[in-house]
Design a protein around this ligand. Structure first.
Ligand SMILES: Cc1cc2nc3c(=O)[nH]c(=O)nc-3n(C[C@H](O)[C@H](O)[C@H](O)COP(=O)(O)OP(=O)(O)OC[C@H]3O[C@@H](n4cnc5c(N)ncnc54)[C@H](O)[C@@H]3O)c2cc1C
Length: 496
């Protein structure tokens, strides 16, 4: 008997929507079920503080969206989603008014690094010439042979190292800080593997594709994806948390944009004991405490280049950042945390009323923490921008526990959905030839707990959907997801 729907997708984060877009482009009848009141998961924008101040609730900087083969084919620009590019991709202020800065140009960046300049140029120059190939490989299924093995080998032999090992090649605080700030995105001690891989990839992305924000807010990306789903006849339902697979409308295929923990809960006894046990062994990483600010003006960074940066990494020297991350890994709340900052207003004035600014920040904390880190985050900003506190009009705080309460994918506040060990980077969430397939026929995992990596790129969703298309519908060709096939419409999801 033919079911009413071909595919149900649970969760409307970038990966759930990428799965829905792919299924819809293949001509299938798709329904998306989202638990939260609004779509978008980790890619949403809201007036979190004051009217007229639009804050990215989760993701803010989008190198992976630019690098993503899925989003390149989806063609955000043709769908009216504009990227806003800061002059400086990211900055790392140091005490005494100094700062290391990374721009698109490897030459310009290395020229500011004194004796480490030639070594920086030597490391990133050749890799940056092959950013597309490296990104395509890193965002491809692991079981596919890399299209450019030699290019990847150069990256790969360093990627498996801890950041501390790669940083040894540099003497200057600036060069070492650049790597520390990028590698600390891994939410692991900088002496752990593969923090160098994360750091090198993020620096490479800065040179290769940039770290833009989205004009109007990150939500524009997921709104465009949702529009493409509905434009092709798909439907989206919000405000319905799925607690069991049995609750779902009948469909040939179910794609789950959920955490391994939620999958085990909603699948229950339908999962074989061994697979269930493997899901139970999946390790989650530390959490984040996020603080968004409405400001009366731009942050008064002592270093003028920091005022041009879209993203900033705060925490001081390599050793200081490493100490903070080591404390988090040891279950402590650092007094001087590593703080990630995005100042979207540098490139996108539409985020706040004229002359005003929004500021996006978070720091790492132990898993499940309910500690409000506002004071310590503000102290780190004030260290490099004295007078910052005088600009604060309003704040919105989310502890790690709040992060999970808002989105169950972020277990304990872990925004990467899984500790970034080498094993869990390669094999997520369990060791299987095709990690999207589950032991339940027709049920697929498509969240960022599956390969390739966390972030807003939609590849986990697309790769899961392509597996489902092959398995359940015998469709082997890549569906056409371009605007020519799934035309953009005026967004029904746009909040303003
Ligand atoms: C604070 C923060 C900052 C970040 N910064 C960046 C950044 O700057 N750049 C970047 O690229 N990435 C960033 N990320 C990571 C990025 O947001 C995620 O990797 C990405 O959103 C993952 O997409 P996803 O679709 O797998 O999951 P999500 O975006 O988490 O979406 C999952 C969706 O499923 C829904 N859901 C879960 N369980 C159920 C259920 N049982 N029933 C119904 N619905 C359910 C959730 O409500 C959610 O909407 C950040 C994340 C956070 C939280």
């Amino acid at each position: 008997m033919r079911t009413e729907l071909d595919a149900v997708v649970v969760g409307s984060g970038p990966n759930g929507l990428a799965a829905a877009v792919t299924m819809a482009a293949a001509g299938l009848r798709v329904h998306v079920v989202e638990g939260a009141p609004t779509i978008g998961g980790g890619c949403r924008t809201e007036e979190l503080t004051l009217p007229g101040f639009w804050h990215d609730v989760c993701s803010a900087a989008h190198p992976l969206a630019v690098a993503s083969p899925f989003l390149r084919r989806f063609d955000l620009a043709a769908r009216g989603v504009a990227l806003a590019r800061p002059e400086v991709e990211f900055a790392h202020p140091l005490d005494g008014g100094r700062a290391a800065i990374v721009t698109r140009s490897v030459a310009e960046t290395s020229a500011r690094l004194g004796v480490d300049g030639p070594s920086y140029q030597h490391l990133f120059g050749p890799m940056a010439q092959h950013t597309d190939e490296i990104c395509d490989t890193l965002l491809a299924p692991l079981r596919k042979l890399p299209a450019h093995p030699l290019v990847l080998a150069d990256y790969g032999r360093r990627a498996v190292l801890p950041a501390s090992a790669v940083a040894r090649r540099w003497q200057t605080e600036g060069a070492r800080a650049i790597l520390a700030g990028a590698a600390a995105h891994a939410m692991r001690p900088l002496t752990a593997t593969p923090t160098a891989g994360v750091g090198l990839m993020l620096v490479l992305l800065a040179h290769g594709v940039g770290w833009p924000v989205v004009t109007g807010g990150s939500a524009r990306i997921t709104e465009a994806m949702a529009d493409a789903v509905t434009a092709s006849g798909g439907t989206i339902e919000t405000g319905r948390w799925v607690r069991s697979l049995a609750e779902l409308p009948s469909a040939d295929t179910v794609l789950l944009d959920v955490s391994p923990r939620t999958f085990a809960l909603i699948a229950g006894d339908r999962l074989p004991v061994r697979y269930r046990a493997a899901l139970g062994r999946f390790r989650y990483g530390p959490g984040v405490c996020k603080v968004d600010f409405a400001l009366s003006g731009p942050v008064p960074w002592t270093n003028p280049d920091c005022r041009r940066a879209g993203t900033l990494h705060l925490g001081g020297t390599f050793e200081q950042v490493a100490a903070g991350e080591a404390e988090v890994a040891a279950g402590q709340h650092p007094q001087h945390p590593y703080v990630l900052v995005v100042q979207p207003g540098v490139a996108d004035p539409s985020r706040a009323p004229a002359g005003r600014q929004t500021l996006w920040t978070y720091c790492h904390v132990p898993s499940g923490s309910d500690v409000d880190m506002t004071d310590r985050i503000e102290a780190q900003i004030d260290r490099f921008a004295p007078g910052f506190r005088d600009l604060i009009l309003a704040r919105a705080v989310r502890t790690a526990a709040d992060e999970e309460a808002h989105n169950p994918n972020y277990v304990g506040g872990d925004i990467g959905v899984g500790m970034q060990t080498i094993r869990q980077t390669l094999f997520r969430p369990v060791t299987r030839w095709n990690p999207y397939r589950t032991p339940i026929r027709g049920v697929y995992l498509c969240s960022s707990a599956t390969p390739p990596v966390p972030g807003v790129h939609g590849r986990c969703g697309e790769l899961a959907a392509l597996t489902a298309l092959r398995d359940m519908f015998g469709i082997r060709e890549l569906p056409d997801i371009s605007p020519a096939r799934l035309r953009p419409t005026v967004s029904a999801h746009t909040a303003r």
